[in-house]
Each structure stands twice: as structure tokens, then as C-alpha cells.
Design a protein around this ligand. Structure first.
Ligand code: SF4
Length: 342
């Protein structure tokens, strides 16, 4: 088969941040990608990918069958020239070996590193998109340009039509709107004042709400707090790349440290990311050209967890509760109205 295989079976945000690596490798030859079904949705229409192989770790018939089906597909496609371990579990390392790839390249800090032929340093000080991109580079390579580590997503014409229809149904076509993404899989990463922020913004903008079905309650709270016709509520309604398309049309997005931030980075939408128990220094901040971050910088307990705990271990959750709607609103104004260069 030849070419490269990129293995990335982590969260959606990690998949999006792997697209610069995929683009870099595609300049050298064909690239296949092994991802979860959710990750595959993010990579649809990506012109840098020859084949997307789905690895359903939590499929209907359980992990064992999903793994067996993936192994069968990989064996049918072997051998690859090189496998890039963007996700570092031992299981991913075993899958890489089964591809017959002579080169297996990953981070020296990964659990599966003993199965790699090349272990590269994991640079905690760098953005994760750059860390992943650097898997394709020698250690002495120059730092990447901004464009080289820009994530890329490719909504289809159907995604665009879906968004056109939603915007029409909700009563507007060309009025400017700001997107709000109030959700996160981790409870402590959900900033609690999106309703108040939406009320403040609604003097000047319509509001688009981005999220999954899990965000239905907060989306309803925002919708009832605003006058009729002011809200484009997309929660639970859009395929992933249609959500990216909707975010791409927004004047800006306010989001927690979660996947919509990375959708916005890929679509170039000005971004304000609210960090609670996590910090941008972990390497997962916004990459859009106009972007800013909000966080409680004087709190000694912060950061307290790499992903964000389900509950605040100290019980007070000050990292989020003390970020007021006024403060977030003022930062957003700066993102929306950058200073004009003199
Ligand atoms: S311990 Fe501190 S950083 Fe962690 S959730 Fe609580 S307030 Fe936030």
C-alpha cells in the first residue's frame, strides 16, 4: 500500500489538532488516518487524506470486535512506509506494528513508546498542534509558520445548505451574530454565566448557540432569556462540519476549553476561550488569528487537573464562578474590535 498512516483515536479536539500533521505528510505522499467514528466525521472531505479507517473502540458489539475489524482492515492495507502515533497508547502502538510500517514515530513520553522505532521529545511548552506536526519533522527543523500549524476542516456544500436553512428558519439571513458554546464534557469547565452574557450581547448581535444534545438545557435558558428571533439554536441539530460552518460565519465565538474552540481555530473565527481548572499553557488554546483567553490568573489552586475534574475538589469552583459576565464581555469587545495599527 505504501504511504503514511496517522493513528489518532483521542478526543475530537485532538483529531482537529492533528490536521496540520496530516497536511504536512500529504506533501510527501498518500496519507491514511485511523480515527474513531467521531474523529472520522471531523475529517470528512479532507483533501489531504487518502483513506479514513474507523476504529470503533466502543462499538455496538464492544471493543473486541471493533479492534478485530480494524486489525483486518489494516492488514489488508499493509505495509505502510511509516506510522505516526499522534495518540500514544500501547494499543495504538500494537496497531502500528500490525501495519508492517518500518518506521513507527511517536512521543518518548507515550505509554506505547517501547513499540516505536523513533521517539521524539514531547514538548510541553508548545501548542499541541505544533507538537503533533513536529512528529513529521526532524528535531532540528525550524519552528513552523502560523499557517503550517493551522487546523483545517472542510464543510461540504450540504453542510452549507443545512446552515442556510437553519439560519433562515430562525428568522435571519445576514444579521451579524456571535456564537456561544456553553458545553464541555467536564462539568468544571462549563462557565456558568452564558445566559447573562447572551443578554448583554443581544443589544448588538444575534446569538448562535453551538453544542450537542447534552447542552439542551442551557440552550433553552439562553433562548427564553432573549427576545424572539434573536437566537439561532443549533444545539443537537447539526452534523459536526455544519457546526464548523455555522461557527465560521460568526463574528466571534465565546467557548469553554472544549472542541468548539478547535472548530473555530480551523474556521478562522475570532475566539475568546474561557479557561477554568485548565490553562492554555497545556497547549490547547485558540489558534484563530484574533483570539484571547480568559482565566482566573491569581488562583493558586489552578490548574488542578489536565482535563478538568467533574467537581471542584475544593468545593468553591472559584476558577469559573469569579469570572464575571462583565469581564468576559469586555474581553470579547477587544476580540471583536482589535486596535487599528498606526
Ligand atoms: S480546585 Fe481550583 S482550579 Fe480546580 S476546579 Fe476548584 S477552583 Fe477550579
Amino acid at each position: 500500500m505504501g504511504g503514511s498512516l496517522v493513528i489518532q483515536t483521542s478526543f475530537l479536539g485532538d483529531v482537529i489538532l492533528t490536521t496540520p500533521l496530516i497536511a504536512e505528510l500529504a506533501q510527501r505522499g498518500p496519507v491514511d488516518v485511523l480515527v474513531t467514528p467521531g474523529g472520522a466525521a471531523a475529517l470528512a472531505n479532507n483533501p489531504d487524506i487518502r483513506t479514513t479507517i474507523r476504529y470503533d473502540k466502543r462499538g455496538t458489539y464492544g471493543a473486541a470486535l471493533g479492534t478485530w475489524q480494524t486489525i483486518k482492515e489494516l492488514r489488508a492495507r499493509r505495509p505502510y512506509a511509516a506510522a505516526y502515533l499522534a495518540q500514544g497508547s500501547f494499543r495504538s502502538g500494537v496497531l502500528a506494528m500490525l501495519t508492517g510500517a518500518k518506521e513507527r514515530i511517536g512521543f518518548a513520553s507515550s505509554t506505547g513508546r517501547t513499540l516505536y522505532t523513533t521517539q521524539l521529545p514531547y514538548r510541553p511548552e508548545r501548542h499541541h498542534a505544533e507538537r503533533l506536526w513536529s512528529l513529521a519533522m526532524s528535531e532540528c527543523a525550524d519552528p513552523p509558520s502560523r499557517d503550517q500549524i493551522r487546523p483545517r476542516l472542510y464543510p461540504s456544500d450540504e453542510d452549507r445548505r443545512t446552515v442556510d436553512a437553519l439560519v433562515r428558519q430562525t428568522g435571519g439571513t445576514s444579521e451579524p451574530f456571535v456564537a456561544l458554546a456553553p458545553g464541555s464534557a467536564w462539568g468544571t469547565k462549563r462557565w456558568p454565566y452564558y445566559v447573562e452574557l447572551a443578554k448583554r450581547l443581544s443589544d448588538n448581535y444575534r446569538i448562535a448557540i453551538i453544542g450537542s444534545k447534552a447542552d439542551t438545557a442551557v440552550a433553552a435558558a439562553i433562548s427564553v432569556a432573549l427576545p424572539p428571533g434573536m437566537v439561532i439554536n443549533s444545539v443537537g441539530l447539526l452534523p459536526l462540519l455544519a457546526s464548523a460552518e455555522l461557527i465560521g460565519r460568526a463574528q466571534a465565538i465565546v467557548t469553554n476549553d472544549s472542541a468548539p474552540q478547535h472548530l473555530a481555530s480551523a474556521m478562522g473565527t475570532p475566539t475568546l476561550t474561557i479557561f477554568g481548572p485548565t490553562v492554555p499553557e497545556f497547549g490547547f488554546g485558540p489558534l484563530a488569528e484574533r483570539s484571547a483567553v480568559a482565566g482566573h490568573d491569581t488562583l493558586s489552586c489552578r490548574p488542578c487537573d489536565r482535563h478538568g475534574p467533574r467537581r471542584c475538589p475544593l468545593g468553591h469552583w472559584r476558577c469559573m464562578r469569579e469570572l464575571s459576565p462583565e469581564y468576559i464581555s469586555s474581553l470579547l469587545t477587544e476580540v471583536l474590535n482589535p486596535p487599528v495599527p498606526v
